[in-house]
Design a protein around this ligand. Structure first.
Ligand code: NAD
Ligand code: LMR
Length: 329
């Protein structure tokens, strides 16, 4: 029996993450090797021609799973019937731009996109916001989609999670496959808190196995938290292939579930767990099953972790206050 194609809308399709992401979606890595996809690419009018070029290359790959590609510059049409929405396109910070300017410029993008998702997306819509500031952009979109369950709006901290796995695996001399239960808490920003106190290496507590507080405080946490800036410094452009790979991982895990005994990191709407104010879109340890996520409950948070979670969540609260003042939520 032929399966009905899943409609996947990607914004910022002509950008560098879009270029690394679309071919992997089209080859079946987002949803599965047996799931046909219809791609909807949303761009601003000036970038439609470049998106058409990417679509020509997608055609030239002759991916059997691709049942159609539409290129659009209208959000309402782009999200019509969407089952999965990857919101990658955002306004980057440019010289002289203050934080408030950045939030305002992105509000102009994520408010209408939230409204368009509310108006026309499929009932099972799942939204991943990648465009920065990702958590707060997700909050803006979610607050303009009152008819969509808030749980369907998520923001990406899977790249931070994967970065943390890579750093820990190097330190411990193990494969990333030996590590479970890594957690990123808070904002996708330099205040994020990568937590190894609940992580396990080959079934044993990771912090105890590594047993190196100096490395944890002075190397691991800052390396993971500032990795985005280090990539920009080294490459002259922000991370693209690794960000696309994390977006694939995020949606794949959301749809297909976490492995038994493991969890992942996703920025999701807080229900007040771990003292994170209700409604903020903050990163938590989550398990997924049947296309739904759940925050892992009952973890003990010591004073060291508490201070770091509070700092990052405090920044998210400030961002929420700022977009509230601007009338964006
Ligand atoms: P890019 O500048 O190469 O591409 C962005 C694309 O978005 C451009 O083609 C632009 O035309 C398009 N765009 C702008 N406004 C749009 C709108 N209203 N609708 C549709 N498309 C629109 O940037 P990139 O390197 O692909 O990065 C995209 C975003 O992802 C940035 O905000 C970046 O900071 C962020 N990012 C997030 C993470 C994360 O872990 N959450 C990691 C890396 C990058
Ligand atoms: C990253 O973590 O690589 C990006 O969010 C960095 C950026 O500012 O785009």
């Amino acid at each position: 029996m032929t399966r009905t194609p899943v409609t996947v809308t990607v914004t910022g399709a002509a950008g560098q993450i879009g270029y690394a992401l679309l071919f992997r979606i089209a080859s079946g890595q987002l949803l599965g090797a047996d799931v046909p996809v219809r791609l909807r690419l949303l761009e601003i009018p000036q970038a439609v021609k470049a998106a058409e070029g990417t679509a020509m290359e997608l055609d030239d790959c002759a991916f059997p799973l691709v049942s159609g590609i539409d290129i659009l510059d209208d959000a309402v049409k782009a999200f019509e019937g969407a089952n999965v929405a990857l919101l990658v396109g955002a306004r980057p910070r440019t010289k002289g731009m203050e934080r408030g300017d950045l939030l305002e410029a992105n509000g102009g993008i994520f408010k209408p996109q939230g409204e368009a998702i509310n108006a026309g997306a499929a009932d099972d819509i799942k939204v991943l916001v990648v465009g920065n500031p990702a958590n707060t952009n997700a909050l803006i979109a979610q607050s303009h989609a009152p008819d969509v369950p808030a749980s369907r709006f998520t923001a990406m901290t899977r790249l931070d999670h994967n970065r943390a796995l890579a750093q820990l695996s190097k330190k411990a001399g193990v494969s990333v496959a030996d590590i479970r239960r890594m957690t990123i808490w808070g904002n996708h920003s330099a205040t994020q808190y990568p937590d190894i106190f609940h992580a396990e290496i080959a079934g044993k507590n990771a912090a105890e196995t590594v047993n190196d507080q100096g490395w944890l405080e002075n190397d691991f946490i800052p390396t993971v938290a500032k990795r985005g800036a280090a990539i920009i410094e080294a490459r002259g452009a922000s991370s693209a292939a690794s960000a696309a790979s994390a977006a694939i991982d995020h949606v794949h895990t959301w749809v297909n579930g976490t492995a038994d005994g493991d969890w992942t990191s996703m920025a999701v709407v807080s229900d007040g767990s771990y003292g994170v104010p209700e409604g903020l879109i903050s990163s938590f340890p989550v398990t997924t099953a049947n296309g739904e996520w759940e925050i892992v409950q009952g973890l003990e948070i010591d004073a060291f972790s508490r201070a770091r979670i509070d700092a990052s969540v405090g920044e998210l609260s400030e961002e929420r206050d700022a977009v509230r003042k601007l009338g964006l939520i």
